[in-house]
Write a protein that binds this ligand. Sequence first.
Ligand code: S3P
Length: 430
Amino acid sequence: MPPARTRVVQPARRLRGELRLPGDKSITHRAFLLGAIGAGDSRFRRPGLGADTQATAGVVAALGVAHAVHGDELVVRGRGFSGLREPSDVLWGGNSGTTVRLVGGILAGRPFHSFITGDDSLRDRPMARVVEPLRAMGAHICARADGTRAPMAFAPANLHGACLRSPVASAQVKSAVLLAALQAEGPTSLEQPAPSRDHTERLLRAQGAAVRSHDATVSCAPNGPLAPLDLDIPGDFSSAAVWIAAAVVHPDAQIVLRDVGLNPLRTGLLDVLRAMGADLSVEVERHEPEPAGTIVARSSSLRAADAGGDLIPRLIDEAPLAALLASHADGESRLSDAADLAAKESNRLRTTSAALAALGVEVDEQPDGFVTAGGQRAGGGRVDAAGDHRIAMLAAAAALSGDGPVTIDGAAIAAVSYPGFWDDLAVLSE
Ligand code: S3P
């Protein structure tokens, strides 16, 4: 984990500027993993090399797959599933749930032993959601706390296809199942309560895999070698969302964000912002395999809006920012059906309301979301990032339109998903 540096963010008189964000974190994890199981060299332009994706890079290297970064290009020298080798030590997932859960889908079907763990936060996060479906496909997995927490151990297994249903709408669970399904005998299907981000499906299809999606159900059959990938990775919408939120709540702001990923299963916050009447323009400039384009966000006067149901997986990582937006709106906003926020890098139901409370902004924590009164403005104060990159960036966004300096303890954690975040903040704020 990066050192717990403290940062002080001053209110900005104006927010102006244009940015190109680091590559999407979710897609970069998949670049390493799907590149590794591809047959030959995969090439990716503009990967996002934050601490989380570096953890995935380390795991892939320990499985015997080389990669190299030349300028802004990442090359992953794929070996196919059968070319992966038994790691000689425990694999390290760091702070990254995506790493551990997706890698679990690969390890479950390999003919060798492997072990994976991570930092304090990761070892506290629920793993039964991947352990159970993988076991139902024949995987031999042992995990701490009765199969619910990392470290996890994988023994050799012959997987078989299965018809599965998951209680959570989770792209990590879905991706783990798809990665196992590619190694199984017979077809697999997985039904989830709502559609979740579909980067794995899009990229596997580009590799020639037989992956089908219908509503919130995916199915996959094993197939021959997977083709290598060649992809321009778009900027991370979740990183863009910090600046979008900062701009719309600020009285004098215009921020242009270029080449941002606009996968509709990631951009639920744009739907909420439109319902709130935010002054935004969004232009999709490319479509396949991942949509991307330009977003311009300007100072806005916001009205209250509710969010829940199928919208939640489409904005799950932006929920803390939704609470900040709500605090600036005209009226009371409710975010519901988001109990899974408690299972993120921190309990984001608690840490979002605690971070904003430390700045004098009241957010009423609910078991499955927040209720937030509008018309509030952050004051200065001291916020604990709680070991969570999204909370560190939430505090910074709130500070820019607040009325006093905000000290953020543990601010360096932002580098988990957004290396260069503090430099970009300096570029935008005047
Ligand atoms: C991710 C899926 C989401 C998200 C996480 C990244 C992914 O998690 O919160 O930041 O890359 O698949 P869940 O699958 O647990 O919802």
